[in-house]
Design a protein around this ligand. Sequence first.
Ligand code: NAD
Ligand code: MG
Length: 389
Amino acid sequence: MEIKYKKISILGSTGSIGTQALEVLNEIAHDTKIHYLSAHKNISTLEKQAIQFQPEGIVITDKDSFDKFRDNTKFKGNILFGTEALNNVASDSSNDLLISAIVGFAGVMPAYNAIQNNINLALANKEALVSAGEIISRTAKLNKKEIIPIDSEHSAIFQCLAGESKENIEKIILTASGGPFRKLKKEEFKDITLSQALAHPNWSMGKKITIDSATMMNKGFEVIEALWLFDLNPDQIEVLIHPQSIVHSMVQFKDTSIKAQLGSPDMKLPIAYALTAPDRKFLNIDRIDLAKIGKLTFETPDLEKFKCLSLAFQSLKKKGNSNAILNTANDIAVSLFLENKIHFTHIPLIIENALNQINFIAQPSIEDIISTIEETKKYTLKNYKAIIN
Ligand code: NAD
Ligand code: MG
């Protein structure tokens, strides 16, 4: 049996999730046509993808990369530039499904546009739900559309909830590997280097999410993401450190039963499930050997050590435009850390400062969210040196 989506676009097709999504589609969806692909700067990968998958067109959001691609490509389809083109692809009703695998706040408007235009959305870009979750999920509800999660934890919950009713959920338990610094003492955090932070113990991912995993902001984002995806209250979401990354998350029901989803840490499974749910397809990836693994352990996270997680918990209770500030300040701080301009421990300092300084809006419109993102970006870039000194 073929998958139900016949035409799919992938935004951010050259990234870690984007390339794996194309591999999965190649493996399980032979009748599906790729409509559009997009990339920011990685035009060599995009060229190969465009030639292999022959989409209707491609979008490039970085101007220099767009010029270079257009002048050198062998691809004969449409070659579009910029965020407007990206939003047009996201709103295009010829898509049966849009996969958003863009990184960072650049994914907010495409996700909003897809939902606004009633297009099925499979979302890896959690930053869209962190920044604009209230509006995106409200619009999805109005349009009777369910956002399909690609994040492994949310896919786990989605799988545990198949055949269950929402009223029976007591709480969800998001598991977290704890990243590379789980065992480090708080005093040792000041010595963390970029290469240490980029070495995740279990998952191979893009650089930004790898740093978010090291600070545990990623888990904070995932709590916010879960809140909107599954329509829960903040006190119904718990985070548990599970260093083996085998249990991808759990749901506890009101009769005390807990359902968990297990698997090897491979994003191809949540990507494939997003395409086939509630059905499944054979996947040629590692099977877990529980006897070999032997022990699965769980512990509570240390919010003193992982300040970013604690900031996310504070922000999520505030709601309004607070999470857009949290997400943007984090985005900028992580870029600065990746450029070796700030230290690992400066990341939460910069975010905390932005949360205190940027104007709070209790009931933001999508335009308010976009201006909050712009304001936070400008503010953070202008003031980070003063903040860390
Ligand atoms: P990545 O850095 O590997 O890829 C990002 C993609 O977005 C690339 O195609 C890039 O060209 C594009 N891009 C970058 N900046 C852009 C911009 N300003 N405008 C438009 N496009 C831009 O990232 P990734 O690891 O694949 O992560 C993508 C998203 O999926 C993130 O939101 C991440 O949190 C989420 N996610 C990733 C994983 C994973 O295993 N990698 C797991 C769960 C969730
Ligand atoms: Mg995840």
